[in-house]
Design a protein around this ligand. Structure first.
Ligand code: KG4
Length: 347
């Protein structure tokens, strides 16, 4: 089964063709980063205008790269949430129009499910019966969640951020330090050679408050990054100069360490609490070198296998959306076609 996936939940305009869930025939992406950089973050109106301008060409590119045509694909999949409403609407309208015009099914996909599926999009990905139940750490610019994955599409949220996402915390730190946008890769680069122990930034909800609840989630499996951000702001304000050189590297390294520790502490807790065969990490922040090292060390310590998302599919892309759609079709779980986008869609 070949599916055309469309992804426009934030500032990447993407289309891809995926065969049988894991074989990526094409993965076309137009990144709008340069358009948003002058504003230090994503501007929803600029994002949706660029989706309108670029999506038709990106869909054509995905078909051409795969050597396919509209006639040869079996279904159209698109992200219908969560994300920016005005961005989601562009991809959704395009997908719905194509599906109706071509007489092919429209498959709505949850963006977070897409990120989690992307850990399987590599040649040596293990078979499903080897990995489930699996613990998923989904860390992107818009969310940070811990997910118990019993099987494909059988996901239960164990905890999520109560304020900012990990990626957002890195993006905002880079803005405070005057380093530019997007912050994750710049903080990682600036942190190289810095001392991660130079400043003790808070790890957010640090104590194990097991049994205290945030909404319906156990508090000690939830994340919080707002205190960390304030702590950085206070640290910088208390300096009587703008940090640069080694001092800047030490701040970036210490901040990155705090973000990564906050994530890994929760993963370790959850690994000890549920009968899990493996764990995985996906989303834009999963590109982070220090996070990858810490998770790899945790895997060695706990002897629980780790699946890291292939770098090409960590940030937003449409291959992961088409991949989930293929899985849904394979398992006969297509459900009703979505009528509308849902910016607050949950797993
Ligand atoms: O998954 P993604 O494209 O966004 C959403 O779906 O929301 O991830 C974007 C996020 C941004 O916050 C960016 O700063 C972060 O991923 N990011 C990184 C790295 N590369 C991108 N964070 C840490 N280290 C990186 N190397």
């Amino acid at each position: 089964m070949k599916i055309l996936g469309i992804e426009t939940s934030c500032d990447e305009t993407a289309a891809a063709i995926v065969e049988d869930g894991r074989t990526v025939l094409s993965n076309a992406i137009y990144s709008q980063i340069a358009k948003h950089r002058p504003y230090g973050g994503v501007v929803p109106e600029i994002a949706s205008r660029n989706h309108v301008a670029k999506l038709p060409g990106i869909i054509e590119e995905a078909l051409a790269e795969a050597g396919e045509s509209f006639d040869s694909i079996d279904a159209i999949a698109c992200t219908y949430g969560p994300g920016l409403a005005s961005s989601l609407l562009i991809g959704f309208a395009a997908a719905k129009t194509l599906a109706q015009r071509l007489g092919k099914p429209l498959i709505g996909v949850n963006h977070h499910e897409g990120h989690l599926h992307s850990v399987f999009m590599k040649d040596d990905a293990p078979a499903e019966d080897e990995v489930f139940p699996m613990l998923g750490l989904m860390v992107s610019g818009g969310d940070s969640s811990l997910v118990l994955m019993q099987g494909p599409g059988q996901y239960e949220l164990l905890g999520s951020t109560i304020d900012d996402a990990a990626g957002e915390a890195l993006d905002k730190a880079a803005a405070v330090l005057g380093l530019g946008y997007p912050g994750g890769p710049i903080i990682q680069k600036t942190a190289e050679g810095g001392n991660p122990k130079a400043i003790r930034f808070p790890r957010g909800l640090e104590q194990s408050d097991r049994g205290k609840w945030v909404y319906k989630y156990d508090r000690d499996l939830c994340f919080s990054f707002s205190g960390l951000k304030t702590s950085l702001l206070t640290h910088v304000k208390n300096l009587d100069h703008t940090p640069e050189g080694d001092e800047l590297c030490n701040i970036a390294a210490s901040y990155q360490e705090a973000v990564c520790d906050a994530l890994v502490i929760r993963v370790e807790r959850a690994l000890g609490r549920f009968p899990i065969k493996s764990f995985c990490c996906a989303g834009g922040v999963s590109l982070n070198k220090v996070l990858r090292e810490k998770l790899t060390a945790l895997s060695a310590k706990t002897v629980v296998p780790l699946l890291l998302c292939p770098p090409a599919y960590c940030t937003d892309n449409a291959a992961m959306i088409a991949g989930v759609a293929c899985e849904k079709a394979r398992l006969g779980k297509l459900g009703a076609e979505p009528n509308d986008v849902n910016p607050n869609l949950r797993l």
